[in-house]
Structures are given as structure tokens and as C-alpha cells.
Design a protein around this ligand. Sequence first.
Ligand code: ADP
Ligand code: ZN
Length: 816
Amino acid sequence: MSTFYFIDVVLPIPIQKAFTYAITQEEASFLKKGMRVAVSFGSNSIYTAIVLEIHQNAPTLYEAKEIHQILDESPIVSEIQLKHWEWISSYYMCSLGEVFRAALPSALLLESETVVYKNQVFDDESLLNNEEFLIFEALQHQSQITIQQVSDILGKKKVMPVINQLIKKSVIYLREEIYEQYKPKLEKYVRLHSKYSDDQSLEKLLSELSNAKQQHAAVLTFFQLTSKNKAIKAKDLEKKAGVSGAILKALVEKSVFELYHLQVDRISFQGNVNSVRNLNEFQAKALFDINESFRENEIVLLHGITSSGKTEVYSKLIDEQLKIGKQVLFLLPEIALTTQIIARLQQYFGHQISVFHSKYSINERVEVWHNVLENQSKAQIILGARSAIFLPFSNLGLIVVDEEHETSYKQVDPSPRYNARDAAIVLAKMHQAKIVLGSATPSLESYYNSHQQKYGFVTLNKRFGEVKTPKIELIDLKEKQRKKQLKGHFSDTLLQYIQNALDQKEQVILFQNRRGFSPIVECVSCGFSPQCPNCDVSLTYHKFKHELRCHYCSYQRAMPNSCGACGNNTLETKGFGTEQIEIELKTLFPDFVIGRMDLDTTRGKFGYQKIIGAFEAREIDILVGTQMLSKGLDFDNVTLVGILNADALLNFPDFRAYERAFQMMVQVSGRSGRAQKQGNVVIQTYDPAHSIIQQVANTNYEKMFEEQLQERLKFNYPPYFRLIKITLKHKDYAKVDLGINWLFRALQGVFGAYVLGPTAPSVSRIRNQHIKNLVIKIPPKQSLSGTKKQLQKIRNTFEAVKEFRSIRFVIDVDAY
Ligand code: ADP
Ligand code: ZN
């Protein structure tokens, strides 16, 4: 009896189940869980799949196709990772394939590309029109061309009609080719041919070369370099010997030298490694407390005020892990922070750190993946933004989640909509590793969990170096307005503070949580304001380019001269953003350098680095920025932080708005007075008596926590209730409306009063898609998994309804 072998694989697509493919016995003995295979799926697409299971059970519903090829020699995904992916898929209600697609660097996902071949039997050119002939001709010279090349040849994008005609006329046929995008970066090295290993033959060689001066020099220099006992780069040799590449080439042709390639890493650290700094008594106590707490808890929350030196405490914890041979994952909420943190950690840990985030090229990400997988010495500490939780750790001992309260840990779009902090907690558990969540302003959830004894809890409430926490002054904008003490958006008090700081050669940070020049443009005569044609939102004026932009879909147009509704030349800008503040400052302080840090000025891989670097180097006197400035940056010469309009932070229709406003203001205040001198903070507000403003002014986290917790309890919000948000999107408004009402009734039938909605979000149309939301609130005693099961059932029914099929159905578990 012959035996058949099969594999179950996951494909990088949003389909719930795994698929089964047939393999040979030989393949069965070679393949392992976590290896990649190329398989065809659907009509003629080829995908990279990951092996989940190897077995002998033929699928009952379909005939298993054979795989195309095996792509790995050994697994590139570990069993723990697969388990972790499964947790994410089930907790965040998405397919395993979506997690897989998010987890693997795209270069490790083979993509298929359609390739055009010539049909050898066709030879009647007279049947072809001009465009068709061009393709036919190209195929005379090449056996195959890609669709992209076809498009280049014809000089246009839409080439499928031409291709279809060619297929009809039997001129060509199509096939899917797969290719791997990843090319390791290789460096050229030089070595001496083995026949010159003894002195005698070497002497002979040198005398033979005595007439070829440059070649002679190259060989001699080679020996100088070899004494250092390191591989010699071709480039270094050329430079040292002062010879050209042609000389090396000649020597290679003479079989004197051989060239070989080594893979290099793109992140290189040059400098000396120091031992971790000594902790002060408070830090030492915190470290001790964390380690004590780790005896009983896997998770510890470190509540350490800004500038208390949490990074130094983390460094000690990391050091302890490296000493016992464990890997460490250090999560940051924002790429903007990597520059500073990496510089600090490299001082201690040098080459043992790798960085992983989305601004790195696909090749760089693949290299880090392999280094982590192979547990290389340079990947003992991984510093990364949220996607770093997907790396193939084998030996993880510790995870640090810095600034754990940051909402950017939650992925909003696309699926998987995971919270990296929470997924990291699960990952730590799977590795039996410890995890420390750190923040000066913990999330309500984490603080609550530590109160509930779910997490250990440690505090650090002294600034390093005995620096006092900054002095906070509230400015009543109403009063300033009445007394005519405002210049543009600045009160006289704030201006005086800025002047004082500048006089002392100190630096200033000004916080305005809006980019652009001013949020909207409004007609004074008729009240009309220009809208985005694709989204239900007003366009934002950007002065530098004198244009209007949509912050949701990047639509842009020139700023009109007159009102589009009434035709009057009475358009005015309203409200204000970072760009306008920057411009006002330039006239108020013409002798100083003003910098701006927001999404518009930090594009590109080194965007942040440039601005942060310039500010650190004191090339910028006043830095204006959005919430990016509130994320744990450390500048030693900043003694003043100004918050221009605190009210803008409070007025959001969101149950987390107050918590977030508090966190943002305390964090940005924390940038002031971090070394030696006590800093100042000036907060401008129309409502100085507001409870949150008062809590910020007194830096009273506890009060904020108690008060907000009351609100959450009263209105059934997290951390008491859990939330699942459901969003429907479609370009036809009536359809979305119909769908959401159907869904609302169906969910209400199961969950009763705990279904909220339907509501339209404040921007109810984005990129021409109409949007409607529902929220399911899950009481503490109700089973979360049971709730999800019922929701999934209703979703399945919904998607079976014909007229709903084209509606996009988005589920966001623990939505923000
Ligand atoms: P946090 O992250 O808690 O806001 P940091 O870790 O950035 O604080 O520390 C604030 C500043 O104090 C940094 O410039 C850091 O270099 C310095 N610092 C903190 N702890 C020490 C220490 N033990 N020895 C020397 N410098 C320290
Ligand atoms: Zn838009």
C-alpha cells in the first residue's frame, strides 16, 4: 500500500483556515514546522506559505495540490512564534494568515509576478498592430518579459488589453514566476591564493612582481593588513595600497589573490563599550524591588517619574539577562525615540544590539530576522517598535515595554489590530520570560492591573541628580485676552519665560498638538470652508507651500483666492498649528533658530535623527512640535516647556481623552529641566480650573487615576468593561446604513443593551468610503471568548447576505 504525505500550511491571506498540500515522502522527511514552501493558490497565483503540520490525512473536501518548492533548509519561524500568532489571531479576531503577513518581513514573502512568454509556433507578423508588434519584437530578443517591462515598452500603464489580444492571437502565453526580493548585502574580501602559503613561494612571487610596481605594492600592503588577523576588504586594500580595482583584478587573474564575499550587517556600531553606570540609591532600590517582584510576578509595572532614570534601571536588568545568555526585547512606542535610546544602550552593550522597525529597508529587516533566529551575538538585544514582537526569538529572558501607556502600541490598520504591549505580555509568558512595563504616566489599565495584584508594582519618584520636578505655571487665556496681553498665540508671560531662557542660552520646547498652519480655512462672509472631495473633513492650510491638504487621504490643492461658495475674497485661516507657531516665533525672536518637529518635517529614514540631532547639538533654540515631543526624549539644556493650548487636548469625544491629555501634558512637561537646573513649564488654557489641568499642574497621577477610574466605572468602560468596535465601510452610504442597522439588531438580540450605536465617526467619510460604527461592551463577568464566538457567528451570517457582501467589515478588539 502506498502512503501519502500532506502538509497543512498558512497562507498570507485573510482566510480563516489552513490549507492542505500534497508532498512526497522525501519532502515529508525534509520538511519541518515553520519552514516556507511556495504553493499555488486560486487561479494562478503563487504564495509563500508556512508549514504548520506534516501528516498523512488527505483532505476530504478537495484534492490536495502539490507544492511548488521548498524555500528553506531549516525553519525560519519557531513553534513559540506559531503559538503566539495563533493567540493574536484568536484574541484580535483575524486570520492566522493576516498575522503571518504582518509578522514576516515582506522580503521573506515570495510574491508571484506574471511573465509573458512567446508562443514559438506563431510567425505571422502581419496579424499584429503596432503595439502588439513591439511586444512580439521584444520577445525575439528575450525569451520572457514581465508585465512591468511590457508597460515600459509601450510607455503606458494599462497594458492588459494589449496582452489579452496577443493571447487571443496565440502570440504569447502567460505564466506566474516567483522571485525572492531579499538580496543580502555582500562585501568583497580578498585573500591570498593557497599556493603562496609558504615563504619560499611568496618570495618568488614578490620578485616576479618587482616590475609591476602597483601589484607589488598591493601584495605587500595585503601582508601589512593580515597581521591584524582580520578579513581584508577589497576596498580597504585598494585604499591602503593606493591602487585601483583594476590592479586587484589583474592579481586575481594571475591567481595571486582570490575574491570572496561576506554578508555584512547594515547597522554597525563603532566606539567603546562602557560598563553600565552606577545607579543612585533610588534607582538601586527600584532595581531591587523589580527583581524582588519578579519572584512572584512575570509582569512588573515601573511607575517612574520623568527623568528618574528608568533607562538606567532597564540597562541593569538587561545586563543581568545577557550575563545568563538570554535575549532581550526592548519595545519603544515610536521610531522617533530610537536615536537617543540606541545611543545610550550602545554605550553599554555595543554590538549586541540590533534595531528593527518599519523605516528600515526590507533587506535590513531580513538580516535582523536571521540574526535573531540564529541567536547571533549582535542580536542579543532587539530595540524596536511594535512589530519587533514578531521576531523569531528562541531564548527570550526579558521584555521592556518603555512608555507603556502610549497608544501607538496599538495597531489600528490594517489587521491584525493588536496592542504590542499586551501581545508582548503573552509572548513573555510563552518564553517564561519577565516583562517590565515602564512609564511616568501609566495607562489606567496597567495601573489598575497592578492595584489588582495582577502585575507587580514598583515606583521611582525622584528625578536623577536631585533635580527638582519642573515648576508649572498656568496662564488663563481668557484673562490675557481681556487685558490684551496676547501676541498672536503667545501670552506676555510665556514670551517673558522664553526670553529669559534664551538669555541664559537655554533651549525651549513648545507643544502644539496640530501640524500645518491652521486647521481650517473659513469664509468670513458665508462661513464656507473648503472640504476634501474624498473625505468628510475640512482641508488644512499649509502656508509654506500655500496649499490645502487633507490629513486623512493626502489630497492637496492650491489655496484658492476666493471662497468657492460665495465668490468673495474673504477666506481666513482659523485655529492654529505648528507651522503657524513657527512663523510667529520667527518674527518674535528673529535672532534665534526655530525648529519644527511634526509629521511633515520628519519624513524619511533619518528625518527624526536630523531634527533631534540638531536640537541636541544646540543648533536650534526653540523647537515647536506635536505629540512626538512628548515621548521620552532626553535633552539636557531645555529649561522651558510651553503648552500653547491645553484645551485642544481635552476636547475630544473619546472616553480616554482626559487620560491622554494628562499623559501628554505631564510627559511634555517632563522634557524641562532634566539636568542640574529646575525647569519651567507654562500651560496656556481657557479653563485653568479644569480638573485635568489642575492634576497636571500638581503632577498628581493618583488623583487623575482615581477620578478617571470613577468615570470608567460609572459609564462601563475599560478597565472594567472590555470593548469591541465594529466598523462597516462602503462607498454607497445607503448600503452601509442598511448593513449597520441589520448588524445592530442582530447583536442587540444577543448582547442586549451593551451594544452601542450605530454612530458615524467624527470624520464619517474617508477616501470616499462611508463609515459607521458599533461598539460591544463586555461586562467583567461575561466570557470574552464566548462573546467573540457569538460575534463571529453573526458576522458569518452577515457576510452570507448577498447585498452586504461588498461591505468592508472591520473588528477591533480592545479598540482605542
Ligand atoms: P527617564 O527615562 O526616567 O525619563 P532617563 O533614563 O532618560 O529618565 O534619565 C534622565 C537623565 O539622567 C539622562 O540624561 C540620564 O543619562 C541621566 N541618568 C539617569 N540615571 C543615571 C545614572 N545612574 N548615572 C548617570 N546618569 C544618569
Ligand atoms: Zn481626504
